[in-house]
Design a protein around this ligand. Sequence first.
Ligand code: ZN
Ligand code: ZN
Length: 478
Amino acid sequence: MQQMICAVTLALGLLAGTSVHAADTTIPDKAVHTAEQLRDRALKDPVAWQFTRDLTTEIGPRLAGGPNDERAREWVIQRFKALGFDKVWTEPVTYPKWVRRHESGAIVAPFPQPLVLSALGYSAATPEGGLTAEVVRFKNLDALKNADPAAVKGRIVYIGERMHRFRDGRDYAIGSSIRTAGPPLAAAKGAAAYLLRSAGTDAHQRIAHTGVTGFRDPAKAIPAAALSNPDADQLERILGYGKPVKVHLDIDVGIEGQYTGANVIAQLNGAKHPEQVVAIGGHLDSWDPGTGAIDDAAGVAIATAAAHLIAQLPERPARSIRVIAFANEEMGLWGARAYAKAHAKEVTEHVIGTESDLGAGKIWRMSASVKPSARKAIEQMAAVLEPLGVAYDADRPGWGGSDLSQMHAAGMAGLSLSQDATHYFDWHHTANDTLDKINRDELGQNVAVYAAVAWMAAQAKGDFGSAPGAFGKEKNGE
Ligand code: ZN
Ligand code: ZN
């Protein structure tokens, strides 16, 4: 492996030697060398695993605004301090606090039987004692959009479009839009409630995948829930009999005022340009049924461990490396939006950013949104990552990941380090999002990628093109 790495580095050096212009952003040879060492060290580094294990064990579920929100914040502050960051601080994030108290559902006609479901974020409660209504099925979101409100009014809308497994997790675009856009659409047409087939790729678990809806005004919300995949199959079989199908829902959830949590931030201060920041991170909150291991304790852990490895070097990076544990990503990027607002004047200083929020599977692809004269530096990064099985796709944008997409939209250069998401959506937002789904070697490969990339970005001669309005117009890469 070492031999191959050297050959790749050499080849790139020769290549670069023929075509680099003075104005190009490049990574100095010494920094490339250090990045290779960081990469190799990261594969055996225990910090990310310990972080993920301890957070999911000592805190467990971290529903935004819930009882574990503050405990998780305190926990991560302590861990950041223990790991020796130069600076640890919090920035407030305020949002409506949604709570889940009770949820149940059953088919009452023609074949009475219980259903496994999970209420969705910002869902409204059913009236005292629940509600019973006839189910009306739509093939997909477009069919609901085109539906006559008379066919929807007073009924329980159901959409059953199924997600399939892909390495890039592309079907989540379908599942998540049915979950977010569907409920407000059904509510606007007068629906009594909304059900969907879980936005998940597992076929045999009688476990529902929760997640947020697009309800923004609680006064316009209706009860909304996801059925497990086998329960969705069952409902569809029963609908196939052609008789009216009635469902009873008893859902006690809702908004309990405003809550102020915080983004927790740790930084290694840059030795030369402390005001310039390489931003990495994940989100600290999770859904409540699981312990939020793959979504997204792993993401915060990967960024933390990468920065910690860099902190072990004899010298500090030229630029600052900032690890952000975002608050409340799950219910609508609240921490991300607060961060982008608080740092709106520092877009140029955020030289590049990338967030880990697609589990802990191996990173297989890198893409970037940078200025053309920084492409050489990205190619140098790609050469260091190549032995880890990461392919560079020069034609795809790099949107920075879920929370950092907000800074990217403001003009920050972005990288996408795509994880293998083949099985991510089997467990995502369910009670099965637990530590056992994480492979320690794959987690280590993620840390290797983040450590190498963060170091090279911090040491690069020249910038990546961050400036207000410079990026964010392209379509998301995921
Ligand atoms: Zn996430
Ligand atoms: Zn999530």
